[in-house]
Design a protein around this ligand. Structure first.
Ligand SMILES: Nc1ncnc2c1ncn2[C@@H]1O[C@H](COP(=O)(O)OP(=O)(O)O)[C@@H](O)[C@H]1O
Ligand SMILES: CC(C)(COP(=O)(O)O)[C@@H](O)C(=O)NCCC(=O)O
Ligand SMILES: [Mn+2]
Length: 946
């Protein structure tokens, strides 16, 4: 069979080396015109497919029965009431809802505010068809304004209330938010605007709020709010709670059904100790007046520090032995081992200050600060333990801003709890430490329905520039991109502040109740502004857990453990080295303008800053996996408005691949079933080489045209592959000993890259499944990531593929050469078109292109496209789109393709149905680690249903 340029298309080519290294000649380029390369593309085809419909799926964490959630009066069904979930109109459900809640404490004001997503989602034909087919409707979308938005966390010093008021006013948060579409600057201020607030300041400053902002404060009980906030965060945020012992931070998986009872210790200015038995069920069992205010207040007097952070920073260079009286001081350097006290145990905090003839100025402020910090932390830990003991509680969660993510503080508290409970009780900390009350106040808005959200509905993102607005203000993303870029530019001049490490306390305990001095790693404490441990919470109620996961509770998306520091270092280097090239592509994708260059620079700085931050503190943003890093990079690009950096590369590769698709299909159709299946799988593996995220591959692309590289890759496809379950898969598909198995009912194909990968790899495989009578659902990204194909792009690609196949029927040259092919062609070339039509993919694209005029063959099994809900090269199957979840319901085969989706993530995932994982390993280290192989080895892993 003749392929491109008369060469056998799939046949073994013994000139691999030549193709690989010598064929980048001008001639080769001109002949095929298909050189893989960077192209400038000034087209502004920005596909932003974010946001979308909300489907509450009916699962809820908790509903507090007494709270009216919706005003249902005069509700009526809109449209067809026969529909499964018809749209319900709620005329009396008002949207005049406040988007802000406050916790005004003795030291700090905490703000939680909401901003709406800009809804760019277009309900294109594909989406409509998918919705109809899978019975997804907007009807059960709860009409809550809170759905499809973001929660931001900000704090101010209470003494600077004016800054806080300015902030609220500048963002118009008391009026619904300046970035909300529903707010209109011309609209008159709502006379009756009310904002929920808790903490003493809600009483103390109510008049000031009325005066300055014209809003009334609706006061919520502080304890109610603390508990509601803690319960929500513990249930809804995956990596909220962690332990911190001897410098080691570990996230704790909270079992939602086994959360209560627990002890909540909130260390603010003062300390509240609360026994929590359930939602809204709690009792404040104790407290202490020796808390965060004590440390800051006493510390300020004794050291003359100007800020809390300065005081904390001092402690890192302190030595408490100069001030504290140790057991050894009393026992002449010996342990008091009979009662388990080492010589270094503090017998009396500040005890040495009595015997010395020294004055305050004779002590180092560093030592004073450390002594004080240790005294207060240890004391709180001990009191907490005693209360846990009183009620037989094993778990103690610590919140409040006294903790401030500071390693030594947490280690001291943990030590006290561990020591006194003899390891029976466990101290845990919360990432949103000081925001519990504010979150609780926000939840007290009856209409937000926040407490219906579950873990998989929330996505936390860490936008750059988030905490840097207006100097001292911490938390919110800079609204305006320009502002953000300027900030990034200024930051470069300022040096390394943002990347300054958070000191980690090294192992320093004696195990006997003593505590050594923390030897700080960084000389400075990371300024609070850059201690970005809390991101922006995106509320995406359409997300669902992939229903085919065998055991969602045990599921861990990441394959590689980045808690191994060597591993972390390696991947950081890979990502850093890839950055210049990525910036080039991104800038080119936006036309290479000055504005694009400026954004490109800012993106590079922002992403580098993230990397530096995570290198110092890998768990800063929650548990870190490779998938998170790769997603962070894509998010960061989007933040600087690079919506599709590889747009033109993808286009070029698609065109090149579509041009040779007919030849490939003809060859395939000429084969017997068994050879064809093997050739198809080979094809998928070979075409996975087109990966612009892999350094090695990108180097390769400079050595040949797309088709040359594809051929070379194919020719290297010798079995057995490094992981080779092909025979098992073949048996499932074709049977053995004459027994034909039933074809799969529906296959989900998680596709990866554009170009050859989708066109010459996955589409032919899809076509084979369709030919066998299996419905095929192509699962593709919702948003661009590297050169991955998106769900939005797929219908056009499928339409083009169907078109070129169809043209085959009229390819007289071919028919002349192989007369028998005529029959074959007319039987099979139509498969893609008919299936795509049945799947609703061709409505627009193919209207005028059907050559034989026959349309709408509904007897064909459908080929469909669903979006996966993500914009990353990897996929976390705990958070997928409702489309995908719906499509999965009747699927009995899952095919995951590519390194990101089948290796970095999901390599170990188990499914309720059969699964095939296909990828080429395009990274030497991963090949060694994962499959004890080498770069360009292939994985074909088949797993029966579990
Ligand atoms: N930037 C800061 N300014 C003042 N205090 C801070 C700061 N960061 C952390 N803290 C500590 O946090 C405590 C306040 O914690 P928080 O949970 O906000 O309680 P409150 O509601 O009483 O203000 C302070 O007493 C202090 O110990
Ligand atoms: C980002 C990727 C997972 C994409 O691979 P794909 O899923 O397209 O097969 C991969 O390119 C990757 O891991 N790149 C970094 C490693 C490297 O440059 O070698
Ligand atoms: Mn990819």
């Amino acid at each position: 069979m003749a392929g491109l340029n008369g060469e056998p298309f799939l046949g073994i080519d013994d000139n691999i080396e030549k193709l690989q290294y010598n064929n980048n000649s001008k001639e080769a380029i001109d002949k095929e015109g298909l050189v893989v390369g960077i192209g400038e593309d000034s087209s502004n085809n920005k596909n932003n497919n974010q946001g979308g419909e909300k489907d509450m799926a009916g699962n809820s964490i908790h509903r507090s029965g007494s709270r009216p959630q919706l005003d249902l009066s005069k509700a009526e069904i809109q449209g067809n009431s026969e529909e499964r979930d018809p749209t319900i109109l709620l005329p009396n459900q008002t949207d005049d809802i406040s988007h802000l809640a406050l916790d005004i404490g003795g030291s700090l004001i905490k703000l939680v505010y909401f901003s709406r997503h800009e809804d760019h989602s277009v309900d294109d034909k594909r989406k409509k068809t998918v919705k109809e087919r899978f019975g997804i409707s907007n009807g059960n979308r709860r009409n809550f304004p809170i759905l499809g938005g973001r929660l931001h966390f900000v704090k101010f010093e209470t003494s600077k209330l004016n800054e806080c008021l300015d902030f609220i006013s500048s963002k118009q948060l008391h009026r619904g938010g300046i970035d909300s579409h529903h707010w209109n600057s011309e609209a008159p201020a709502n006379e009756n605007a009310v904002i929920k607030a808790t903490g003493g300041g809600a009483y103390k400053f109510a008049d000031l709020f009325k005066e300055r902002l014209g809003v009334s404060i609706d006061k919520e009980d502080e304890m109610d709010c603390l508990v509601a906030g803690a319960n929500f965060l513990l249930k809804a945020i995956r990596h909220e709670a962690f332990t911190h012992m001897e410098g080691h931070k570990e996230f704790v998986q909270i079992d939602h059904n086994d959360l209560f009872p627990y002890l909540l210790v909130n260390i603010g200015s003062g300390v509240s100790i609360i026994k929590v038995d359930g939602d809204g069920k709690f009792q404040r069992v104790s407290g202490t007046n020796v808390g965060g205010g004590t440390y800051w207040g006493l510390g300020r007097l004794l050291t003359k520090c100007k800020s809390f952070d300065e005081l904390l920073e001092l402690s890192q260079r302190g030595n408490n032995r100069t001030i504290d009286m140790l057991v050894g001081d009393i026992y002449g350097g010996m342990d008091y081992s009979k009662i388990g006290l080492s010589a270094s145990t503090i017998a009396s905090s500040f005890g040495k200050a009595i015997s010395d003839k020294k004055e305050l100025q004779d002590y180092r402020p560093e030592d004073i600060s450390l002594s004080l910090l240790r005294m207060i932390s240890y004391n709180i830990g001990q009191i907490s333990y005693l209360n846990a003991l009183r009620f037989g509680l094993k778990r103690i969660f610590f919140g409040g801003f006294f903790i401030r993510g500071h390693a030594y503080t947490m280690d001291t508290i943990s030590f006290a709890v561990h020591f006194w409970s003899k390891g029976e009780a466990q101290a845990m900390f919360l990432r949103h430490e000081g925001f519990l009350g504010a979150v609780g106040a926000f939840m007290s808005y009856q209409k937000h329905g926040l407490d219906d959200l579950m873990v998989h509905h929330l996505v936390e993102r860490f936008p750059m520039g988030a905490p840097y607005t207006g100097g001292k203000i911490h938390g919110p993303p800079l609204g305006d991109l320009n502002e953000k870029i300027s900030w990034m530019e200024k930051f470069v001049l300022k040096g390394t502040e943002i990347t300054a490490p958070v000191p980690m306390a090294p192992p320093g305990t004696t195990g006997l109740g003593g505590f050594e001095v923390p030897s700080s790693r960084g000389a400075t404490l990371r300024s609070d502004a850059s201690a970005l441990n809390v991101g922006v919470l995106h509320l995406v109620p359409t997300l669902e857990v992939f229903p085919l996961l065998a055991d969602p509770k045990m599921y861990e998306p990441n394959t590689i453990d980045l808690s191994d520091h060597k591993e972390l270092e390696y991947w950081f280097t890979v990502l850093s080295e890839h950055l210049p090239d990525l910036v080039d592509k991104a800038v080119a994708s936006e036309g290479g303008t000055d504005d694009a260059k400026r954004r490109g620079d800012a993106f590079a700085r922002a992403f580098s800053a993230h990397l530096a931050r995570l290198m110092e503190e890998p768990a800063a943003y929650g548990k870190l996996g490779l998938a998170n890093l790769l997603e962070l990079r894509e998010e960061c690009l989007r933040e600087f408005q690079f919506l599709d950096a590889y747009r033109s590369i993808k286009q070029r590769e698609n065109e090149a691949s579509l041009a040779v698709l007919p030849d490939l299909l003809l060859e395939l159709d000429h084969m017997d079933e068994e050879t064809r299946l093997l050739t198809l799988i080979e094809g998928v593996l070979a075409a996975n080489i087109f990966d612009w995220g892999s350094r090695a591959c990108v180097d390769l692309y400079h050595k040949g045209t797309i088709i040359e590289i594809y051929r070379m890759s194919r020719n290297k496809m010798q079995r057995p592959w490094r992981v080779d379950d092909f025979d098992l898969f073949k048996e499932q598909m074709l049977g053995s000993e004459g027994k034909k198995p039933r074809p799969h009912k529906r296959a989900l194909l998680f596709v990866d890259n554009s170009g050859a990968d989708i066109v010459l790899g996955m589409l032919p495989l899809a076509r084979e499944l369709l030919r066998r009578g299996t419905e095929v659902v192509l699962v593709a990204n919702s948003l661009p990531a590297l050169n991955d194909v998106t769900a939005m792009e797929l219908p056009d690609i499928v339409a083009e593929a169907a078109k070129v196949c169809l043209s085959l029927q009229f390819h007289t040259n071919l028919l002349y050469l192989i007369p028998k092919m005529e029959v074959l062609v007319s039987q099979h070339c139509d498969i893609l078109r008919r299936a795509a039509e049945a799947g609703g993919l061709l409505v627009d694209a193919m209207n005028n292109n059907t050559l034989d005029g026959s349309r709408g063959n509904s007897s064909s099994v459908p080929l469909m496209v669903v979006e996966n809900g993500c914009g990353s090269p990897c996929i976390d199957l705990r958070q997928v789109s409702s489309e995908l979840a719906a499509a999965a319901k009747h699927a009995d085969l899952v095919i995951l393709e590519g390194m990101g989706r089948a290796l970095h993530t999901n390599f170990n995932a188990r499914f309720k149905c059969e699964a095939l994982k296909l990828a080429m390993v395009k990274n030497q280290r991963l090949a060694e680690k994962l499959i004890k192989g080498k770069i360009y080895d292939c994985v074909c892993r088949y797993e029966p249903a579990t």
